[in-house]
Design a protein around this ligand. Structure first.
Ligand SMILES: [Zn+2]
Length: 464
């Protein structure tokens, strides 16, 4: 085995959730007919004047606050030119890998504009350009090379996705490209004073691709070094199909880019008051929500983590308890049946047919004995598939509790007549047989009586 040790740094590009682009009023929404969302400014026509989107700058400051940046020398830290002079410097993010906390240093976050997309058409041997994405505000976050495994990188990416989503600055849809990662990786003996030569892996668009690309690159560089050759400094592309990385171009150093300030964009200066206002307006972050769930709602730490770890589910929970103020009961349903159906692929948060209010209503109906909780699953599956309200489902499938005692009595009389042996056992003191009768009665009554009613009548009849 080799004693080569991987060192990994990360760049995360996140498209900001502003309504318009960074220097013009074109829509920054995802998709659209090619070139339907561009104008002379974002397509770079001569003579146009960029006007900086103030929200984009506020969002990058939010990104700074949620990744623990300090602002020691305020005003002069806020110059932005087309040369990315970073808005935020020297932050950190704590990650947890296999129960161990680790601090990842963040070098900087800066604002830039996204580029358009090229579509290459083999048939006509031409390339078509779509400028819709041109000029969408993009923040780039660069970490220090603090990672030493794919697991650490993935834990970090997941944490950033969570923080950016809660901060409301990016939807973090990797499959749509609104969050993309570049990974640079080098190998060196563990006690080496200098890092090895790094390769940069461009535009990884899923956590799975990140893990596979890192694993492959560790393998590739190990082979090169152990055969006595040198790793080249280059940019590489990862293929989902082959699971391998291939060279894209040899890497330029930063000075090759020849940055210079854009005279059309003056330095942006925020006062301390403005910064404080942005900080105060930050939405509630996952850690705060978690603490609130534990202290106010009495949730345990694991449950609280499981709810906050998906912002869409967490927001759904928040809306549901607005409609039915029983946080613990609603949380239990979401942590159980709700997440189970998501994990089974039977529903997804992107295309839910029912509302938080509908779910709240279902739980309330069970709590108030209007329906039997044994019917939760049946009703919930209907809500998932058809989007009908729980009330509509109960009407249609005749699931309302009627508590018609004569119907309950008839069912129990028949059960007792059909099962002389268990009756005998119960009367001889075998309490556990009671559960058998409860189950059978529930099944026969299809949830139209509450367990309390069934229990009372059953107890009385079994006594004989
Ligand atoms: Zn435009």
């Amino acid at each position: 085995m080799s004693d080569l040790y991987p060192t990994i740094g990360l760049e995360i590009h996140a498209e900001l959730l502003t309504k318009s682009k960074v220097f013009c009023t074109c829509s920054a929404e995802f998709g659209g007919e090619p070139n339907s969302r561009c104008c002379p400014v974002c397509s770079g026509m001569p003579g146009t004047l960029p006007v900086l989107n103030h929200t984009a700058v506020e969002y990058i400051i939010r990104a700074g606050y949620v990744t623990n940046y300090f602002y020691p020398d305020l005003p002069k830290a806020y110059q932005i030119s087309q040369m990315p002079r970073p808005v935020c410097l020297n932050g950190y993010v704590d990650i947890n890998v296999g129960g161990t906390e680790k601090r990842i240093r963040v070098n900087r976050i800066h604002l830039e504009e996204d580029a358009g997309k090229l579509v290459h058409d083999e048939a006509t041997r031409s390339s078509l350009a779509d400028y819709n994405r041109c000029g969408i505000p993009l923040i780039e976050m660069v970490t220090e090379p603090d990672f030493h495994s794919a697991e650490e990188v993935i834990a970090y990416v997941e944490k950033i996705k969570l923080l950016y989503k809660y901060a409301g600055i990016c939807d973090c849809k990797m499959e749509q490209g609104s969050l993309r990662c570049d990974v640079n990786i080098s190998l060196a003996p563990k006690d080496a004073k200098e890092l090895g030569t790094r390769a940069e892996l461009k535009n990884l668009n899923s956590t799975k691709a990140i893990a596979r690309a890192i694993e492959y690159e560790i393998y590739r560089q190990t082979e090169i070094i152990e055969s006595g050759q040198k790793v080249l400094q280059e940019t590489r592309r990862f293929s989902d199909t082959t699971g391998e990385t291939t060279a894209l171009r040899s890497k330029e150093d930063a000075h090759d880019y020849r940055y210079f300030p854009d005279p059309d964009i003056p330095p942006i200066i925020f006062t301390e008051e403005e910064l404080a206002a942005i900080k105060d307006a930050l939405p509630e972050m996952p850690q705060q929500r978690k603490e609130r769930y534990i202290s106010q709602y009495g949730m345990n730490e694991t449950d609280a983590d499981n709810i906050i770890n998906d912002k869409d589910i967490c927001d759904f929970f928040e809306d549901a308890i607005k409609a039915y103020d029983k946080p613990k009961t609603v949380a239990n349903f979401i942590l159980g049946e709700f997440m189970r159906r998501i994990n089974l692929g039977e529903m997804s948060m992107d295309s839910l047919k029912f509302t938080p209010k509908d779910l709240a209503r279902l739980i309330e109906l069970g709590d108030t004995d209007k329906i039997n909780k044994n019917n939760y699953k049946t009703i919930f599956v209907e809500m998932i598939n058809t989007g009908r309200t729980p009330d509509a489902v109960c009407d249609e499938l005749d699931l309302w509790v009627k508590d018609d005692t004569s119907a309950v009595e008839a069912v129990i009389d028949k059960l007792i007549a059909d099962n002389p042996k268990p009756v005998e056992q119960y009367r001889a003191g075998e309490q556990k047989v009671f559960g058998f009768f409860m189950g059978q009665a529930n099944k026969a009554l299809k949830g139209q009586a509450t367990p309390n009613t069934i229990k009372a009548i059953l107890e009385q009849k079994l006594k004989g």
